[in-house]
Design a protein around this ligand. Structure first.
Ligand code: HEM
Length: 234
């Protein structure tokens, strides 16, 4: 038993083990993203947010979702902590201050700057959680739906994205970084998890690139949708 325990501790502390943790938590977080994006697509229904508000109210009151949120926090926490450890380790083993940098030749910009891109995504996430999750849950004076049953998150999003238009710009720009993060994350995950197949890997790579474009684009359209409502006078 102690042998298994020692092996496990050694594995999760090895570079490969940490890359595995990054890949697996990343894939788990992606499943959340798909659900989040699908739910948020209700914003486009043109029903003044009725369906979106009912959905948001369900999500914030359901006990099953509260349980899922614990895993979500753990997933994000582990993903970010492991990223920090790996970046620190990479800096230690990489010779400092190259006279000339051959990595320019052999690796892409994104693979060399994943720490930077990931930090921007993290800053986005913190601002995002404060803007919507925190305010939705705790801000006094949130608008309510006409029947007074629950909060009008749709109206709150609309006001935020229009009146604080710089937040909309920040969202759109962040989604570019997020796309880069996802694209590179997928690529490294395929390598780390050793998923190589002559026929299927290239298809999987194309699909993951498509995902890394469509999902951030879907999120970026949301603030733009509200801004366009403002400019078109809806
Ligand atoms: C314009 C795009 C987006 C909109 C309009 C949006 C909207 C929202 C809203 C209204 C909430 C709080 C209400 C709720 O808990 O249901 C929320 C929560 C959250 N969002 Fe977003 N979101 C967007 C993009 C993103 C992206 C790109 C990420 C991840 C990188 C993200 C991660 C989260 C997380 C982790 C929560 C907390 C979830 C929870 O505790 O249940 N969101 N979002």
């Amino acid at each position: 038993m102690t042998k298994v325990k020692n092996w496990f501790i050694k594995t999760i502390n090895s570079t490969l083990g940490q890359k595995m943790i990054m890949s697996l938590t990343g894939l788990f977080l992606i499943s959340f993203l798909v659900i989040h994006l699908t739910g948020n697509l209700m914003l486009f229904k043109g029903d003044g947010g009725a369906e979106f508000n009912a959905y948001a109210n369900f999500m914030s009151t359901s006990s099953i979702i509260k349980l899922v949120e614990i895993f979500l926090v753990l997933g994000f926490g582990l993903h970010i902590y492991t990223a920090w450890r790996l970046t620190k380790y990479n800096k230690q083993v990489r010779p400092q201050d190259y006279v000339y940098n051959r990595s320019d030749v052999s690796s892409s910009w994104i693979s060399r700057n994943m720490g930077f891109v990931g930090s921007i995504v993290l800053i986005f996430l913190l601002i995002h959680l404060y803007n919507f999750w925190f305010k939705y849950k705790f801000l006094a004076g949130m608008p309510m739906i006409a029947t007074g049953e629950y909060k009008d998150l749709y109206l709150f999003l609309k006001i935020t994205f229009i009146e604080e238009w710089w937040i909309s710009i920040f969202y759109v720009v962040s989604m570019i970084f997020f796309g880069l993060h996802l694209a590179h994350g997928f690529e490294s995950s395929l390598q780390t998890l050793g998923l190589y197949h002559k026929k299927y890997t290239p298809i999987l790579k194309k699909l993951s690139l498509l995902f890394a474009i469509i999902v951030p684009a879907g999120f970026a359209v949301m603030p733009l949708y509200f801004l366009s409502q403002f400019f078109l006078g809806n």
